[in-house]
Design a protein around this ligand. Structure first.
Ligand code: PLP
Length: 429
């Protein structure tokens, strides 16, 4: 039968005669999600502001979503260009590759970034850490309980909700039922009192952290691994900002901690290392020793997700990844990161100079500003946008623990950071 849309459609199977909807029930987990994903919401508010103030368009400075701005350096770029060119030759052409990534890239990641603590076949190359977090969730399924740092990168909570691991959001606490929120604020030096929090099956932990900029010390990570091991939890460690760590002795990977191989997965990415946010390349390490309660290997199930629902990262992009890990590439990465760390320092100093308590910004590209008591972060976001045309991110967007804070991102061209500092100093003093 031909579907007839609009006012003349006959009622079918209880469906409205005036609108033609599908007959498919919406996944109820999606209905639980509170509002849109944070970063599009920031974009929406910025667009709404510009619609009302079109003459301000040229003045907007974004210290918002944390996207890289500096061009890809020469040697790394030559890796991308070289592998693209190879595709135009008979000898160099390649089609589908291994879903887990090119063998030489897996081996190089293991060698250059994990100092031999990890084997090549424990590294799964992907199109980025965000996508891998959802893949990790697919491995765990709906039946697990989850713990997150509060505040944290919203993807851990939102993917847990999508997977059906949570209850509804509590409108009073802004927390989802069945998620353990681990407060990480200035009061506890941004490290959770994990021993005194309820157990969860899966513990997401990001260091250096987005949004707080806190990088956990070796002792703190030892404690995290110890507690996860005692409780039989799996730790999903997000190290996307690892190369920003410059403080002596602060671990860049969870696998620097003894015993982590039996409890942890690590998600990582070239996005912030090398300006690959648009290029898309990441990896996840799943050690051989990590098992489920029935003794089966987590790695085997992760491999199953990768081979079933992913077809390997782009061969062009993996050429860029190989170049990143050459000595020249690693030097270029360091130079890029120095640039953003200098931006972070400027932002931190500017806010401190007008009396704010400021955290992060030393081993991380994020500066986390404590607002005066009682000031709400979304209100401050709007106030700053209106007074200075600087786009920031309200701490509350990263979870209820972020209320009362504002995140400034150091991913911006230097001249705009200097200008933003001047405007913030004038308007927010
Ligand atoms: N993990 C954290 C903590 C992030 O802040 C981000 C991006 O901002 C990602 C992962 C996403 O990484 P990717 O670009 O590789 O998907």
């Amino acid at each position: 039968m031909i579907a007839v849309a609009g006012a003349f459609a006959p009622a079918q199977n209880g469906r409205s005669s005036t609108e033609l909807h599908s007959g498919v029930t919406r996944n109820p987990n999606f209905a639980k999600l509170a509002g849109g994903y944070l970063f599009p919401e920031i974009g929406r508010r910025r667009t709404a502001y510009l619609a009302e103030n079109p003459d301000m368009a040229d003045r907007i400075i974004s210290l918002g979503i944390g996207d890289t701005t500096q061009p890809i350096p020469e040697h790394i770029l030559s890796g991308l260009v070289g592998s693209a060119s190879k595709l135009g030759t008979k000898e160099g052409y390649s089609g589908y590759g291994a879903e887990q990534g090119m063998g030489d890239l897996r081996a190089k990641i293991a060698e250059k970034l994990y100092d031999g603590n990890i084997k090549a076949d424990e590294v799964f190359v992907s199109d980025g850490a965000k996508c891998d977090i959802m893949r990790v969730q697919q491995v765990f399924g709906p039946g697990v309980t989850t713990a997150v740092q509060d505040p944290s990168y919203p993807v851990y909570v939102d993917t847990s909700v999508m997977m059906g691991q949570t209850g509804d959001i509590n409108s009073e606490t802004s927390q989802y039922d069945n998620i353990v929120y681990m407060p990480c604020t200035a009061e506890n030096n941004f490290f959770p009192d994990i021993e005194n929090l309820p157990r969860a099956d899966i513990v997401y932990f990001c260091s250096p952290n987005n949004p707080t900029g806190a990088a956990a010390t070796r002792e703190q990570l030892e404690m995290l691994v110890k507690v996860c091991k005692e409780r039989g939890s799996i730790l999903v460690f997000d190290a996307a900002y690892a190369p920003f760590i410059r403080s002596e002795g602060v671990p860049k990977s969870i696998f620097e901690i003894d015993g982590a191989r039996e409890v942890a997965i690590e998600c990582n990415s070239f996005s912030k290392y090398a300006g690959f946010t648009g290029v898309r390349l990441g990896w996840t390490v799943v050690p051989d020793e990590l098992t489920f309660s029935d003794g089966t290997k987590v790695r085997d199930d992760f491999n199953r997700v990768m081979t079933t629902a992913f077809n390997g990262a782009s061969n062009i992009v993996q050429g860029g990844g190989l170049a990143c890990l050459d000595d020249e590439g690693l030097t270029e990465i360091n130079t890029l990161i120095d640039y953003y760390l200098e931006n972070a320092k400027l932002l931190k100093e500017a806010m401190e100079s007008i009396g704010y308590d400021v955290f992060g910004g030393a081993d991380a590209p994020y500066v986390f500003v404590k607002l005066p008591d009682g000031k709400k972060s979304w209100d401050t976001f709007s106030e700053i946008l209106e007074k200075t045309q600087v786009v920031t991110i309200p701490g509350a967007g990263f979870g209820p623990g972020g209320e009362g804070y504002l995140r400034l991102s150091a991913f911006a061209p230097r001249d705009t950071v200097i200008e933003a500092c001047e405007r913030l100093k004038k308007a927010m003093a």
